[in-house]
Write a protein that binds this ligand. Structure first.
Ligand code: UT7
Length: 333
C-alpha cells in the first residue's frame, strides 16, 4: 500500500491595501527610490494602516477568504491550524485559535509557529508531519506578518525592507506518489542573536517606559552579516535537499526563495547555477513580509504551476533559522 503524505491542494493570499512607496520612505529617512531599487529591489510594499484594532489575523482571515474563492472546502473539515508568525495579534492567546474561530474552522485545534522569515517552511514541515502520521487528513498552514508594527521608520537600515502580507496553503492527505511534499531540511543556529533581533517586549526586557524610550520594540539587524548568511544557507540547504533526492538543477522547475533582498535572491540563484527565469520573485511589489513571502509567491504564480512541477522552497530568517522543502506540485490551475 502507498504511504500517506501531504499535498497542497489550494493557495490563498492577501496583502493590505495601503501601498508604501519608496518615495514615501524617502520622506521618513535619508534614502532614495534609486538606492532602494538598486540595493534591495523593492519599489513598493504593503502595510496595514489606519484600520483600527486589527492585526495579522485580519490578513489571515482575508487570505482564507481568498482561498475559499479558489478552492472549494468545508472549514469544519479542517483538523489542525498552524500559523507561522512573529507578529501575533496578542502575546496570548495564540493567533491560530482566533483565525480558526473567525473563519469557521471550529473543529480544528490551532497553534503558532515562531521561525521568523523561515516560518512558512517550518510550518509546512509541521503540517505535513500531522498528515504523514496518518492521524489527520486536512491541515491549514498559514504564514504571515505585519512587520510594519516592529519597524522603526527612523532606521534606514530596516524600514525600506519590511512589509505586511499573509498566505495560506491547504494541506490534504494523498497516496499519489507523483505529487505532494517529498522532503525537507531545516536548521537553526541560536548563536546569532545579536545579528537580527528585537530586544524589547519579551520576557527578558518586558515592555516598560525604559524599553519604549530606548526604542527597543523594533527589529534591529546587522544587514551585511544577515545578507551573507542568507545567501550561503539558502543555497547550501537547497543543494543538500536536491542531492538527497537525486534532483539535478535541470529537474527543478521553480525555486521559491524568501524575498528579503533582490541581490540575495540573485546570489542564491547564481551559487546554485539556476537561471533566474526559474526563480519566483515578487519582492518589487510586496517587499519582505517575513513568513508571508513564500506563500505569496505561490499565490502570485499559481496559474503558471503545472501538476508534477518540481519546486524547491527556501527561506532564511532570525534565529537564525533556515531550510528548504522539496515538493511536487499537485494540480493545474
Ligand atoms: O528577512 C529579514 C532579514 N534581513 C535581511 O535579509 C536583510 C539582509 N541585508 C540587506 O538586505 C542589506 O545588507 C541592506 C539592504 C540592509 C543594506 O544594504 P547594503 O548593500 O549591505 O548596504 P551597506 O550597509 O553596506 O551600506 C552601503 C552604503 C553605506 O554608505 P557608505 O558608508 O558606503 O557611504 C550606507 O550608509 O549605503 C548606505 N546606506 C543607505 N543609503 C541610502 C545604507 N542603507 C541605506 C539606505 N539608503 N536605506
Amino acid at each position: 500500500m502507498s504511504k500517506v503524505h501531504a499535498i497542497i491542494t489550494g493557495i490563498g493570499g492577501y496583502v493590505p491595501q495601503y501601498i508604501l512607496t519608496n518615495e514615501e520612505i524617502s520622506t521618513l529617512v535619508d534614502t532614495s527610490d534609486e538606492w532602494i531599487t538598486k540595493r534591495i529591489g523593492i519599489k513598493e510594499r504593503r502595510v496595514l494602516k489606519s484600520e483600527e484594532g486589527i492585526g495579522v489575523t485580519y490578513l489571515a482571515e482575508k487570505a482564507i477568504e481568498n482561498l475559499r474563492k479558489r478552492k472549494d472546502f468545508d472549514p469544519l473539515e479542517i483538523e489542525v491550524v498552524v500559523f507561522a508568525t512573529s507578529t501575533p495579534d496578542y502575546i496570548l492567546p495564540n493567533a491560530a485559535s482566533l483565525i480558526a474561530y473567525r473563519t469557521g474552522m471550529t473543529k480544528a485545534f490551532g497553534f503558532d509557529v515562531g521561525a521568523a522569515c523561515s516560518g512558512f517552511v517550518f510550518a509546512l514541515e509541521v503540517g505535513q508531519a500531522f498528515i504523514t502520521s496518518g492521524k489527520y487528513k486536512k491541515v491549514m498552514v498559514i504564514a504571515g506578518d505585519t512587520l510594519s508594527v516592529l519597524t522603526d521608520y527612523q532606521d534606514r537600515n530596516t524600514c525600506p525592507i519590511f512589509s505586511d502580507g499573509c498566505g495560506v496553503a491547504l494541506l490534504e492527505a494523498t497516496t499519489d506518489e507523483e505529487i505532494g511534499i517529498i522532503d525537507a531540511v531545516l536548521h537553526s543556529d541560536g548563536n546569532s542573536l545579536e545579528h537580527l533581533q528585537m530586544w524589547g517586549g519579551g520576557s527578558v526586557n518586558p515592555a516598560s517606559h525604559e524599553t519604549v524610550d530606548k526604542r527597543m520594540h523594533f527589529i534591529r539587524q546587522d544587514g551585511k552579516i544577515v545578507f551573507k548568511r542568507a545567501v550561503t544557507e539558502m543555497a547550501n540547504c537547497s543543494e543538500e535537499l536536491m542531492k538527497k533526492n537525486q534532483l539535478t538543477k535541470e529537474d527543478v522547475h521553480w525555486i521559491i526563495p524568501h524575498q528579503a533582498n533582490i541581490r540575495i535572491i540573485e546570489a542564491v540563484a547564481s551559487r546554485m547555477d539556476v537561471p533566474i527565469e526559474k526563480v519566483m520573485i515578487n519582492i518589487e511589489k510586496y517587499g519582505n513580509s517575513s513568513a508571508g513571502t513564500i506563500p505569496l509567491c505561490l499565490w502570485d504564480w499559481e496559474p503558471k504551476l503545472r501538476k508534477g512541477d518540481n519546486i524547491i522552497l527556501t527561506a532564511f530568517g532570525a534565529g537564525f533559522t533556515w531550510g528548504a522543502i522539496y515538493l511536487k506540485w499537485g494540480y493545474d490551475f
